[in-house]
Write a protein that binds this ligand. Sequence first.
Ligand code: SF4
Length: 364
Amino acid sequence: MSLLEVRGLKVHFPITEGVLFERRIGAVQAVDGVDLDIERGETLGLVGESGCGKSTVSKAILRLVEPTAGSVSFDGHEVTRLGGEELRRLRRRMQMIFQDPYSSLDPRQSVGSILSEPIRTHNLERDGAKVEARVRELLEVVGLPGEAAGRFPHEFSGGQRQRIGIARALAVRPDLIIADEPVSALDVSIQAQVVNLLEELQEEFGLTYMVVAHDLAVVRHISDRIAVMYLGRIVEVASSDELYESPLHPYTIALLSAIPIPDPAVEVGRRRILLTGDLPSPADPPPGCRFHTRCPYRQPTRCHDEAPALRQLGTAHTVACHWAEDIKAGKLKPHEVPVEDTDALAAALAEQATTAPRAGRPRL
Ligand code: SF4
């Protein structure tokens, strides 16, 4: 049994009008039928552009927003049916690391107070001296000195604040940590340190991660598997290496083509697929395949009329595209794309796969 099993998860936010007599006139379909599994000790990367619903999925798993439909099973417990004390107890085992290390820490609380609060709230320790010792231990685990407990968040850099956020998540000894864009607010030089810290902590404490990000390059290095999300739905899931080397969904292909290649010779020849148009509104998603309004491979009628199901294509590789086999075999070529060369793209991806460090889950 997976540690986390999400089935048919929907989060629709009602759109209403009227002041005295409010009536519902539609819904923002932020998440619309998401299935996910995360095994114990695994890291799943959840990737998509801003507004695709990935953060809402995270919040719905933790019941920080209420799911409209679907189930979320955590270690055999149906999260959507729990309430009160049962939900509070389960939440201890599922923690979140937030994107913005500046706003996620209360500026009026000392670091010691921030870290001891969840320990006391969940009754993990009541003895003051033991709580203090635990706070110092947590700080040291995330690479900060024990004395930091007496200081306030504004006295720390962004990277150090994110370390405090990680220590706060670890304080209650969770099983699952959902990290929502954990490094996107940090300098590039600091990002690698935080990613490496997350990996070290996972090894040390046997943690399971779901890492949410808009940047495929970031999640590749930390994830065992990656799920790609578009407009409220999962469009592709595969192991990190397979997704990177053999993307099947046109959206994933486009995302990967945007990643700079760390080899000047290959980078010069890189042909980027530019997606046309903006992300459609989740209040009025396109019919059929939701990606058809921007897809460079779309085909008449079927892409417009029929929503593709997420189906398995190869070992542990699933994709939601009617034409994935034909695209993979090169039978379908993209059209209406500003710059395109699939052969060059395939060569570039293959080249990148061999030039990027890939032994296990490498350090950045
Ligand atoms: Fe593109 Fe059609 Fe595949 Fe959707 S089903 S991703 S529109 S080719």
